[in-house]
Design a protein around this ligand. Structure first.
Ligand code: P1T
Length: 394
């Protein structure tokens, strides 16, 4: 059922999450729950012959199930998992070489910004940061040597929305070979499927909503192109940034409740965002589900709804932010997002502290911008918590 004018949810999501690639018949025990295969190596019938698995870095039965399930949920052909979200980005950098150029969204996770500005730069891979809400700016940033375009939508922490199809069109007009990568961490495949809009690769910090229980660090990349998949399969093994079978089991289990969790995150965050919008100490709420969001109409065209993460600005400064965050009792003051527990943080000194001060100022990542990750607690309790924190801080 389409809600509030957003895209209609594709049918079968929850069924895929529970059954895809996990037929009990694939295990000799007919186990209904995917086994955790911890073996690092697999017996071979003859030298250089194997029965599907040889060494745990190049492939593992538990990991394969998760990768296949992730690909199915994304409507993609190939799925790959990595030891973290940033490990995914690092491995994708392996597709590039010295002298290549990346265009990245200006408002991205601080760690992604840092990776491009420091590690990629040391490999002589240059990055231009551009505002993807303005496709013209992206178009102008493309150079002869541009090989990869990297966007988050919605962005972290300003929740800006880029029109994926328009960005893809602008980029591909300069050459089909330029890869468009979308970091879909804030929404998950339940709320947005960038491959449907022409993106080449979707990446995740699975650490967030996809796992949803704040107990695993992991990342993933999902794509359709067979040749690119072969290159990534090579890099996954050759660079070795792989997750553990136990962590793969945890994420695979968490996918079973993804649809239910996202529905609740979506509902609760929308109520809280509307409540904040009316609060006298709040000057701006950045939530794509609000009519006041500058790209609300665009959000409805490419998303099936918004998740539980969003930001707001208040009328105070650093002192009020500190007091507010330290007064919260149900929300926990911590980095990260997407878990069942509600979190609140101050991006200017926490998740985005590694972004140069001038770039932070340009993006409006000020000391009065607070980011919330609305969890699965009772919405009323969360509102009471915020209300109390405002009352004692302002
Ligand atoms: O933490 P890791 O699994 O390596 O994922 C990095 C990452 C990638 N992309 C996005 C959009 C992210 O938000 C993150 C990690 N972000 C946080 C820890 C945070 O609090 O924003």
């Amino acid at each position: 059922m389409a809600e509030q004018g957003f895209l209609k949810q594709k049918p079968g999501f929850a069924t895929l999450a529970i059954h895809h690639a996990q037929e009990p018949e694939k295990w000799s025990s007919s186990a209904v729950v995917v086994p955790i295969v911890t073996s690092t190596t697999f017996k071979q019938p003859a030298p250089a012959e194997h029965t599907g698995f040889e060494y745990g870095r190049s492939g593992n039965p538990t990991r394969n199930v998760l990768e296949e399930c992730l690909a199915a949920l994304e409507g993609g052909k190939h799925g790959f998992t990595f030891a973290s979200g940033l490990g995914t980005t690092t491995t994708l950098l392996g597709l590039l070489k010295s002298g290549d150029h990346i265009i990245s969204g200006d408002d991205v996770y601080g760690g992604t910004n840092r990776l491009f500005r420091t590690v990629a730069a040391a490999m002589n891979i240059e990055t231009t940061f551009a505002d993807f809400t303005k496709p013209d700016e992206v178009d102008k940033a493309v150079k002869e040597n541009t090989k990869m375009v990297w966007l988050e939508t919605p962005t972290n922490p300003n929740l800006k929305i880029a029109d994926i199809a328009t960005v893809v069109k602008a980029v591909k007009s300069h050459g089909e070979h330029i890869l468009v990568v979308v970091d879909n961490t804030f929404l998950t495949s339940y709320l947005q499927r960038p491959l449907d809009f022409g993106a080449d690769v979707v990446i995740y910090s699975l650490t967030k909503y996809m796992n949803g229980h704040s107990d695993v660090i992991m990342g993933a990349a999902i794509l359709n192109n067979d040749e690119l998949a072969e290159r990534l399969r090579f890099l996954q093994n050759a660079m070795g940034v792989v997750p553990s079978p136990f962590d793969c089991y945890q994420v695979n289990r968490s996918l079973k409740t993804l649809a239910l969790r996202m529905e609740q995150h979506k509902k609760s965050a929308q109520i809280i965002a509307e409540w904040l919008e009316k609060h006298p100490n709040v000057t701006e709420v950045m939530h794509p589900g609000l009519k006041s969001h500058p790209q609300h109409e665009l959000a409805k065209k490419q998303m099936t709804g918004h998740s539980g993460v969003f930001s707001f600005k208040h009328s105070g400064g650093l002192q009020e932010s500190r007091k507010f965050l330290q007064s919260l009792k149900v929300f926990t003051l911590a980095e990260s997002l997407g878990g069942y527990e509600s979190l609140a943080e101050l991006p200017s000194v926490m998740t985005h502290a590694s972004v140069p001060a001038a770039q932070r100022a340009e993006l409006g990542i000020t000391d009065s911008l607070i980011r919330l990750s609305v969890g699965l607690e009772d919405t009323e309790d969360l509102i009471k918590d915020l209300d109390h924190a405002f009352n004692v801080s302002f």
